[in-house]
Ligand binder design. Structure first.
Ligand code: CMC
Length: 379
């Protein structure tokens, strides 16, 4: 029963524009990324997560007073209800991304505006979630080790507080700054799989918690958010820089993929990568473990011929080693991506609501011809 009309399939929706956005511009050929018109190279390491989140959520850079007010709101919303802590306890043995998905879903029951889909309420909920998600991730991290969660700080920045809640130790300004840059780089990225998922959910007029819960599910896969974790696994397997070339050869010969390379949109180097490359180099030196930077450099050299095919390093290639050197367990690497991405999901859901349309593409049928039903006794 082949469909008679001519059909052009766009598998994976590759190259398909499905709507407009005023938030993030990506030029994949040039390797260019703008948030609300500002180049990522002007924001990373200069702006901070609080300011960048404001920019994404409100469309303009804040004044000093606006930033102070926004920062105070973020700090005031860091606690999560004891009921959600109870749920985290109940599911503590699951992967941290699954725990985060469950907890964010549960947070909807405690949000005073959970079913209000106005832009104003969605923005307020997005600000609350931006503050609550780091607390969920680190509370689970402690609970699963049989420890009490570290209550969030009322004074530290978003990035410093995130690291502080890991073990109650305040990070050095340098470590907090690198984490902050990581969050800035991950804050939004156009129609990636998780943002598209969030938009598809919002397209049905479901609410922000529904959309973010679904987005977390999409982010958890290794082709999207999971790459940083896999890059670190790869670096550990390689062990020493001189093994990298052979490792990469064997992996590619076996049809494998080098994690932290390639991107659906970028054909040039992912512009976010360079801001973490220098961070890995410095951090490896500081921690007396320069071999990690050496391993990544050697993998990059081994992958250089792939540059001709448009396969370059992406943001996740360097992120994993930064987390590892800061003592963060591997399975928290994807949740860190989620911590940074809440502002992006929020603005994309708001954009979706503001010009809403049900996202409902078509599938070309490739199954059996029409046939007659046989009663079970005749089969
Ligand atoms: N290593 C080796 N070969 C690769 C890689 C890689 N990392 N990425 C793509 N290729 C090859 C692939 O084998 C295919 O070759 P061929 O045409 O001979 O079959 C060709 O490049 C095109 O690959 P594709 O899978 O059709 O391209 P895609 O746009 O669907 O894949 C990707 C994008 C990110 C899923 C893929 O590059 C990949 O699996 N990379 C590794 C995982 C990773 O680093 N993900 C993080 C992405 S950045 C974070 C984010 O924004 O989500």
């Amino acid at each position: 029963m082949a469909t008679t009309e001519d059909i052009t399939l766009h598998r994976g929706l590759s190259g398909v524009y499905f709507d407009r956005t005023e938030t993030t511009f990506i030029d994949g050929k040039e390797g260019k990324l703008l948030y609300r018109g500002y180049n990522i190279h002007d924001l990373a390491g200069v702006s901070n997560f609080e300011e960048t989140s404001y920019l994404l959520m409100y469309g303009e850079l804040p004044t000093g007073a606006q930033l102070a007010d926004f920062d105070a709101r973020l700090k005031a919303n860091r606690n999560i209800p004891s009921e959600v802590m109870g749920i985290i306890h109940a599911v503590k043995d699951d992967h941290p991304m699954s725990v985060l998905r469950t907890a964010v879903s549960a947070m909807s029951a405690f949000d005073p505006e959970s079913e209000d889909n106005s832009s104003e309420a969605t923005l307020r909920k997005g600000i609350r979630l931006t503050s609550q998600v780091p607390t969920i991730v680190m509370a689970h991290h402690n609970i699963r080790q049989g420890k009490e969660p570290v209550p969030p700080s009322e004074t530290l920045s978003h990035a410093a507080n995130f690291l502080y809640m890991m073990d109650g130790e305040e990070p050095t300004p340098e470590t907090a700054a690198l984490m902050d840059t990581d969050f800035v780089l991950h804050a939004d990225h156009g129609s990636n799989a998780s943002a598209f998922t969030a938009r598809a959910v919002a397209g049905t007029n479901a609410d922000l918690h529904d959309a973010v819960t679904a987005g977390i599910g999409a982010l958890s896969g290794p082709s999207h958010g999971g790459a940083a974790e896999n890059v670190m696994t790869m670096a550990l397997e390689i062990g020493e820089a001189e093994n990298a070339e052979q490792y990469v050869k064997d992996l590619l010969a076996g049809g494998g993929r080098v994690m932290g390379f390639g991107h659906r949109v970028y054909r040039a180097e992912d512009p976010r990568a360079r801001h973490l490359r220098e961070g890995v180099r410095k951090l490896s030196e500081e921690k007396g473990e320069p071999k990690w930077y050496g391993i990544l450099e050697s993998v990059q050299n081994a992958m250089a011929p792939y540059g001709r095919r448009g396969i370059h390093v992406n943001v996740d290639f360097f992120a994993g080693v930064i987390y590892y050197l800061n003592g963060i367990p591997h399975d928290l690497f994807v949740p860190i991506f989620a911590v940074g991405r809440i502002p992006g999901w929020t603005v994309q859901v708001i954009e979706q609501f503001e010009h809403n349309i049900l996202i409902r593409p078509l599938l070309q049928y490739a199954g059996p011809e029409e046939r007659s039903y046989k009663p079970i006794t005749d089969r």
